[in-house]
Write a protein that binds this ligand. Structure first.
Ligand code: C2E
Ligand code: MG
Ligand code: MG
Ligand code: MG
Length: 285
């Protein structure tokens, strides 16, 4: 019986792998057509200064509205797009769209910095620096209004190449953030070599802040590291007032999370900024 069920199990396993491969191929195909089908849009999550309680920036986050499957989360489709190479044109579209939005907001009297996630695959592209600078130029936005978020993995394949490109971007005035800090293969050597201005504490360490002692220690360590290297530390995934209070007391300068707002469509983002800033005026008067 054991053998029989083992065999069944094996067959089930094969069938399911086969299905996974088919689904993945289908997703690759759908991804390659998603841009021309206008299935992508961006949402923006406010970044709040814990010192001034003002919105200091917006992180652009990609959304894929699939014609059959509905909204597919980026954690599912970004890795597939990275493997197939589709992330290159998709990432360029994100950059284009985010710069257009930054320019529009600036014209409307809301000159915010917009942060864009840059995939390791994009950073490996020969033309990436020129592409970014060209996009800024076309939308006539100052380089200081753009931040690029890269992960530690981006530095791994070719450190020298990544350092060189990030230096060129930084020299042009773009700020660089290390995203999901603490989850990758952190090395203090690259932090010294990299023209990095922001460290984003990964939300997994914020989630159980003050509950899990280890996570609290890791968050503390990142905040201290940021201070000693003169980097702005951004906490992501802040959901409770207790987390906010702790982080601000501990010296973390910027926070992002559901406590303030989920990622929003541009219109809702504008309303959020107005309401949030109006609250400060109210509280101060
Ligand atoms: P990320 O860049 O680390 O973005 C933060 C993620 O945390 C976002 O998920 C955001 O919606 C979520 N988040 C924000 N506040 C909270 C909170 O308080 N609690 C919880 N539980 N989550 C919160 P999202 O939008 O699903 O994006 C997931 C990941 O997909 C991003 O992580 C980023 O790595 C990637 N991604 C998104 N857009 C792009 C893009 O345009 N290009 C590239 N290359 N990657 C992207
Ligand atoms: Mg990010
Ligand atoms: Mg992150
Ligand atoms: Mg992430």
């Amino acid at each position: 019986l054991a053998k029989q069920s083992g065999q069944n199990h094996f067959q089930f396993y094969v069938a399911s792998i086969d299905r996974q491969i088919r689904e993945r191929r289908q997703m690759e195909k759908d991804l390659s057509q998603a841009l021309s089908r206008h299935e992508f849009h961006l949402v923006y999550q406010p970044q709040i200064s814990l010192e001034t309680r003002r919105v200091v920036g917006a992180e652009a986050l990609l959304r894929w509205q699939h014609s059959e499957h509905g909204l597919i989360p980026p954690d599912i489709f970004i890795p597939v797009a990275e493997a197939s190479g589709a992330i290159v044109p998709i990432g360029q579209w994100v950059l284009e769209q985010a710069c257009w939005q930054a320019a529009t907001w600036a014209r409307e009297g809301m000159p915010l910095r917009v942060a864009v996630n840059l995939s390791a695959v994009q950073l490996r592209q020969e033309s990436i620096v020129d592409d970014v600078l060209d996009t800024l130029k076309r939308h006539k936005i100052p380089a200081g209004r753009l931040e690029l978020e890269v992960t530690e993995t981006s530095f791994m394949t070719n450190l020298t190449d990544a350092v060189g490109k990030l230096h060129r971007l930084h020299r042009a005035g773009i700020s660089i953030a290390v995203d999901d800090f603490g989850t990758g293969y952190s090395s203090l050597t690259y932090l010294k070599k990299m023209p990095v201005q922001h460290l984003k504490i990964d939300k997994q360490f914020i989630q159980d802040l003050l509950i899990n002692e280890e996570d609290t220690r890791i968050a503390n360590t990142i905040i201290d590291l940021g201070r000693s290297l003169n980097l702005t530390v951004v906490a992501e995934g802040v959901e409770t007032p207790e987390q906010e209070y702790y982080l601000s007391q501990r010296g973390c300068k910027v926070a992002q999370g559901y406590l303030f707002s989920k990622p929003l469509l541009p219109r809702d983002f504008e309303t959020f900024v107005q309401t949030f800033h109006a609250q400060i005026v109210e509280n101060n008067s």
